[in-house]
Design a protein around this ligand. Structure first.
Ligand code: PEP
Length: 251
């Protein structure tokens, strides 16, 4: 059985003080909820203070990005060791906004994933097709290509430490959610590919769905056999809404 995993991606939202205020409200709402893993990825500037708030709780800290290099002349960048220093246990790689706006391609995603794994941080590897690609009937091929290139550096012995997030670009921040059936079709396809690459370990890898997940649609999405949680943007900014999402009910 895969333990569901829910991750909040706050993007460029919340100051450190706002992140602390979120934690004060959110932690009591999820106290004792150990049937799911919960992860919060605030902006870099809030990692330290939010990390202190989460200390001793079962909610894990994550970063939204990383540089694959150890150190050096990379102005504005953050190295994996610096994330370890702040207590990060997960990091997003290959989010579609980074792919579209900051030139993050599969090869870079693969290097970042390898660097994170070498530092004991679990990468959440994001993949997903655009609306044009879906309309052309290319969704499964696009996702397959991103997955195999982004995981090129990951060994079977590391498979248990990765999380995949399937996020159709047309569903991110648009209010448009993939139907549970559409999402499951892609998740099943990803699962098959993971089995081919990693053998039995492919069955243990968690695959999150992302794209306008909210309290109103999470229960239905979670009925699908290969949907193991969600990567949540907008609805994760509100403690009540995100706590309802992680407390999904299997119908
Ligand atoms: C995201 O950016 O990862 C995301 C899924 O955003 P939203 O939930 O707002 O669609």
């Amino acid at each position: 059985m895969r333990k569901p995993i829910f991750a909040a991606n706050w993007k460029m939202q919340k100051t450190a003080g706002e992140a602390e205020a979120f934690a004060d409200k959110f932690l009591p709402l999820v106290a004792g909820l150990d049937r799911v893993d919960i992860v919060i990825a605030p902006p870099f500037t809030a990692l330290d203070r939010l990390g202190h708030k989460l200390d001793g709780s079962h909610v894990a800290l994550a970063a939204q990005n990383v540089n694959a290099e150890e150190r050096g002349a990379f102005t504005g960048e953050i190295a994996p060791g610096m994330l370890v220093d702040l207590g990060c246990r997960y990091t997003l790689v290959g989010h579609s906004e980074r792919r579209a706006l900051y030139g993050e391609n599969d090869e870079r995603v693969a290097r970042k994933a390898a660097a994170l794994l070498a530092h004991g941080i679990r990468p959440i590897v994001c993949v997903g097709e655009s609306l044009e690609q879906r309309k052309r009937g290319d969704a499964l091929d696009v996702v397959s290509g991103q997955l195999s290139d982004s995981l090129a550096t990951v060994e079977a012995s590391q498979a248990d430490d990765i999380v995949i997030a399937y996020e159709p670009v047309w569903a991110i921040g648009t209010g448009e959610t993939a139907t549970p059936e559409i999402a499951q079709e892609v998740h099943r396809h990803i699962r098959e590919q993971l089995r081919v690459k990693f053998g039995e370990a492919g069955d243990r890898i968690r695959i999150q769905y992302g794209g306008s997940v909210k309290p109103e649609n999470v229960d239905e999405l979670m009925t699908q056999p290969d949907i193991d949680g969600a990567l949540v943007g907008g609805a994760s900014l509100d403690p009540e809404a995100f706590s309802r999402i992680v407390r999904f009910e299997k119908t």
